[in-house]
Ligand binder design. Structure first.
Ligand SMILES: O=C(O)CCC(=O)C(=O)O
Length: 309
C-alpha cells in the first residue's frame, strides 16, 4: 500500500540525518491522544502477564522456534487498520519518508511490538533464555497471542537480519504509544553504524567509553559509534536505516512496553535512500545475515552485548 502524498525531496533533513547518523528522530510527535486510544484497545485484547505463555511441559512437547511472529491473517494491527491514520497520514512522517524512499513508498511490514517485563516472564523461561542474544519470545507464547511480537531484549542488530539477499532499500519507523523511559526497554541505537554496510549478527562490538562502542565489520573496517537511547513521550517517532545497529535490554519496569514497528520500502524511482546508500563502505545486501542459530532456529550462541550497555 502506498501512503505517499509528496514528491521525493532529497534536501529534507531526514535524508541528511540518515547519511550522517543512520537515523532520524522526529522533532514532532504523532498525535499522542490517538496513540493512547490505540494503546487502550491493544491492552484490552489480553493480559500482558504470565498468561501469555505456554507452560514448560506444553512448550517441550512440541518446540516451534520459527513461524511464531505476526503474519498476514495473524497480525493484531490488521484489526486496528482504521486507527492508524495518526501515523500513516501524519504529514511530517509522510514528508520525511517520501524524501527518503520516494513518493510511492510501500509498507513492507507493520506490527505491534511488546517489551515484556521480567515479572511477566515465567521463571522456567527466564532461566532458559538467560544470555541469549535474541529474546523474541514468540516460541513460548500461546499460539492465539502470536499476533504481536514479544521481546525480552534483543542484542544490537541490523533490521537487514530478516532479509537475506535484499538490498538495504528500506527503513524502520518506530512509534512509542506511551512514555518510554530508561526502564521501559527503550531502543539503544548506535549512530553512524550503517556506514559499514551489512555485517553478520552477532556483531563485533566492544566498549569504547560510557556512551561509545568500537564496531568492526570483520572485513578490516572499524569505527567508533555513539550510543543513543531513544526515550520519549507517547507519540515519539524515530526511523533508521536497515544497517543501523540497535537493540533493547529486558524491560526493567513492572509493565509492558508497547510500540508500533513499520518497515517502509523504497518506491520505483531514485530517492534520498540512494544518496544515503552511496556513502556506505560495505555491502548493501548479504546472502547470510546471522550465525547464531541451529538449523531448527534454536539459539546456539549465548552472548549479549546490549545488556552490558
Ligand atoms: O522493541 C524491541 O524491544 C526491539 C525491537 C527491535 O529492535 C526490532 O524490532 O528490530
Amino acid at each position: 500500500m502506498s501512503l505517499a502524498l509528496k514528491a521525493s525531496d532529497p534536501a529534507h533533513p531526514a535524508v541528511e540525518n540518515l547519511v550522517h547518523d543512520g537515523a532520524h528522530v522526529f522533532d514532532q510527535r504523532v498525535d499522542p491522544q490517538a496513540a493512547a486510544a490505540l494503546l487502550a484497545d491493544i491492552r484490552a485484547t489480553r493480559n500482558f502477564d504470565h498468561r501469555l505463555f505456554l507452560s514448560e511441559a506444553e512448550f517441550d512437547a512440541d518446540p516451534q522456534y520459527t513461524g511464531v511472529n505476526p503474519r498476514p491473517g495473524r497480525n493484531l494491527l490488521e484489526r486496528f487498520e482504521d486507527q492508524l491514520g495518526f501515523v500513516e497520514q501524519a504529514p511530517h512522517i509522510v514528508e520525511a519518508v517520501s524524501a527518503l524512499l520516494g513518493a510511492d513508498y510501500e509498507i513492507l511490514n507493520k506490527k505491534i511490538v511488546c517489551g515484556v517485563p521480567q515479572s511477566s516472564v515465567p521463571e522456567w523461561l527466564r532461566e532458559r533464555i538467560l544470555g541469549n542474544p535474541v529474546n523474541n519470545l514468540g516460541a513460548y507464547v500461546r499460539p492465539e497471542y502470536r499476533d504481536i511480537t514479544y521481546f525480552y531484549g534483543i542484542d544490537f542488530h541490523q533490521d537487514l537480519i530478516d532479509y537475506k539477499d535484499r538490498p538495504a532499500d528500506f527503513l524502520t519507523l518506530y512509534i512509542y504509544l506511551h512514555p518510554v523511559t530508561r526502564l521501559d526497554a527503550p531502543l539503544f541505537l548506535l549512530t553512524g553504524t550503517h556506514a559499514l554496510g551489512g555485517t553478520l549478527f552477532p556483531h563485533d562490538l566492544s566498549r569504547a567509553g560510557p556512551d561509545a562502542w568500537t564496531y568492526r565489520d570483520r572485513r578490516g573496517g572499524e569505527m567508533t559509534a555513539r550510543q543513543l537511547i531513544l526515550t520519549g513521550d507517547a507519540g515519539y517517532a524515530a526511523m533508521w536505516h536497515a544497517c543501523t545497529l540497535h537493540g533493547t535490554q529486558p524491560d526493567a519496569a513492572d509493565h509492558e512496553r508497547i510500540s508500533l514497528r513499520y518497515l517502509l520500502a523504497q518506491g520505483s524511482g531514485r530517492a534520498g535512500i540512494d544518496e544515503v546508500n552511496a556513502t556506505l563502505r560495505g555491502p548493501l545486501a548479504l546472502n547470510e545475515t546471522r550465525f547464531d542459530l541451529a538449523a531448527d532456529g534454536r539459539a546456539v550462541i549465548k552472548a549479549n552485548t546490549v545488556n552490558k550497555a
